[in-house]
Design a protein around this ligand. Structure first.
Ligand code: LLP
Length: 431
């Protein structure tokens, strides 16, 4: 078996036989903060931001980072300082975004079930737009704006009914998904919004799903969205923006064919908007990438605790688990695993199950993964863990939350401490 699956990147590469993040040896981070630990490359985040920025250079645009992918304050602050905006789905995410330095006028709020208090808090903070996804929600938004005595800037999130051809759990733009408004329902709402003195219809939005393997469905959805935008303009709306959602893919390492480059997704967005004839001065393009900005920038550093063979299966038991990275258990997701010490080119690879200590059979990082031999104490690096890793973590089995480290060239900085025992019972009341 070859070890072609073990892929280096400009940000995670072997230096003198040991894996480093930029110029910092991962072994030194493990020695400093122990394992498991998340490590992020600042340069990888900057690079991803620039690629999407360039792909959209054909029009004025705002990249509104989907905070749900990784809301670490230092990650957010890094993006905010580059002019990035934030796409949030809760007031908690809004508080994070504001604390990290995103100006409210660069924050947009999507989400299928916003509470009245959340809508009120967003209005009070003066965010740029709230995306309405439901007729009843529109009533609540209008009544909140009336109560506050100032009009609320809203967008209509429509559901274009396009198959994104991705994992069913992350497809969001099909007719029967819970997200967005169908176009006919959205069209019915337009005159009512335009008549309201409490609402400003300033944008239209859609998000068909994550991890799009082809830009074609995006182009198709955007043309439908663009036509809806034209409809709104013809009805009298002064649209400021068209939000085309997220979906920009990242490589996890198992792909047979590489995903098209960011420029291909940028072209698909431009073509969809051109086809609907909505690429006009005064209308900004908004996109909401999450994983494409931070996924590849992050790795989960873990240590082998034990190995064992049960029947025909060989297990490598590591100290990271579904509590730090639930994606394999939840979606059967693939994450590349690299030994910290560079294997010899002819090292023999044996298929193993890499599993965590949590008491669930579903607690695995990889199954039947060809890896060179490892021993207790060896370090492994789980790649592609920058997005939906720490955000979906839990303290199941009373496990502490892992530390996070941000690397910048030759410098590494602890940006979150490992949680201590008090975090295990925080908020509990013991009489
Ligand atoms: N915009 C909206 C409205 C979204 O719902 C999402 C993701 C995004 C943007 C960002 O999508 P991205 O660019 O990251 O693909 N936990 C799953 C992903 C759930 C994504 C939900 N919405 C995973 O680990 O793959």
């Amino acid at each position: 078996m070859s070890n072609a699956h073990i892929s280096e990147s400009p940000w995670f590469s072997y230096r003198d036989g040991e894996l480093a993040c930029e110029q910092v040896p991962l072994a030194s981070i493990a020695a400093e903060v122990d394992t498991p630990a998340f490590v992020y490359s600042g340069a990888a985040i900057d690079h991803a931001y620039r690629s999407i920025d360039e792909a959209l250079s054909f029009a004025p645009h705002l990249i509104a980072y989907a905070v749900k992918a990784n809301g670490n304050l230092s990650v957010l602050a890094r993006l905010a300082s580059q002019g990035c905006g934030a796409d949030i789905v809760s007031v908690g995410e809004m508080q994070r975004a504001l604390k990290a330095g995103f100006p409210p006028e660069r924050i947009i709020y999507s989400g299928v079930g916003k509470r009245r208090e959340e809508i009120r808090a967003a209005a009070q903070a003066g965010i740029r737009a709230l995306h309405v996804e439901n007729t009843q929600e529109l009533d609540v938004v209008e009544s909140v704006a009336r109560e506050l005595g100032r009009p609320m800037s809203i967008g209509l999130r429509v559901n274009p009914d396009v198959d994104p051809k991705t994992h069913p759990y992350i497809a969001t733009g099909l007719r029967e998904s819970k997200f967005g408004l169908s176009i006919p329902v959205a069209e019915e709402l337009v005159p009512r919004i335009l008549r309201s003195e409490h609402l400003l219809l300033e944008s239209v939005a859609c998000h068909i799903g994550s991890q799009l393997s082809s830009p074609q469905p995006l182009r198709e959805a955007i043309e439908i969205l663009g036509r809806f935008a034209i409809h709104c303009i013809e009805e009298g709306a002064r649209l400021r923006a068209i939000d085309v959602g997220g979906g920009w893919p990242m490589h996890y390492g198992q792909e047979v064919d590489p995903y098209p480059a960011a420029s291909a997704f940028g072209d698909a967005i431009r073509e969809g908007l051109e086809a609907a004839d909505v690429l006009r001065p005064g209308i900004e393009i908004i996109t909401e990438p999450g994983r494409a900005l931070v996924g590849d920038a992050g790795a989960l550093l873990t240590r082998v605790l034990y190995t064992k063979t049960q029947g025909a299966r060989r297990f490598v038991i590591v100290d990271a688990a579904m509590t730090e990275l639930i994606r394999p258990a939840l979606y059967g997701a693939y994450h590349a695993i690299m030994p910290l010490v560079e294997p010899a080119p002819d090292a023999e690879l044996t298929p193993v199950d890499v599993v965590g200590p949590v008491c669930e059979s579903g607690d695995f990082v990889a199954r039947d993964r060809p890896l060179p031999g490892v021993e207790p104490g060896d370090l492994l690096v789980i790649r592609g863990a920058g997005a939906y890793g720490r955000e979906m973590q839990s303290m199941y089995n009373a496990r502490p939350l892992p530390p996070e480290v941000l690397v910048d060239g030759a410098r590494s900085r602890l940006v979150r401490r490992r949680s201590g025992p008090e975090a295990l019972w925080q908020g509990e009341i013991l009489e």
